[in-house]
Design a protein. Sequence first.
Length: 170
Amino acid sequence: MSEAKVLVVYFSRTGTTRLLASAIAKMLAADLEEICDRSNREGPGGYLRSLVDAIRKRPTEIVPAGLSVSAYDLVVIGSPVWAGSVSAPVRSYLIENRARLPQVAFFCSCGGHGAAAALREMSVLAGKPAVAECRITAAAAHQGVHAELADFVGALKRHLAWSSEFEWMC
Ligand SMILES: Cc1cc2nc3c(=O)[nH]c(=O)nc-3n(C[C@H](O)[C@H](O)[C@H](O)COP(=O)(O)O)c2cc1C
């Protein structure tokens, strides 16, 4: 297989998921795309709106993606955890791209709770299991403690190498 094409897509309200997405994209030599939300998420009002969207499992209007997922072998999608759920912009992105998604991997940033449920939800919305998953607390992300991130990227690299080995069978 020629070099696998990898896209890292993320939403970030306060920068933590962006930090992780940038690190992952660098380690995988991947393209990077931010999901832009048309809803204002800033300040206490934005926090409340985000909380209500998450509790109601409500998608939001997002700016159409610039990069097409169908051009990639693997799409790595990152979200903050909101009320034990995936964030509304990532929910919208998964719904809108579900039919065209290639292999997927997911990561979440969180305060410490609810990442497992959010990752499960991402898999249901994508309509397929992830080849690998990762959860990192905001505290760890900002301390630069990235052992989990290195494990995650290692698993993705092994998966891509394995896919490349067996491409001739398809
Ligand atoms: C509306 C809202 C709800 C949240 N709910 C949770 C939660 O249920 N569990 C958790 O561990 N963190 C929760 N958090 C914290 C974020 O997941 C965490 O700070 C994350 O790293 C933020 O990522 P970002 O900076 O990319 O937006 C919540 C944050 C917001 C804004």
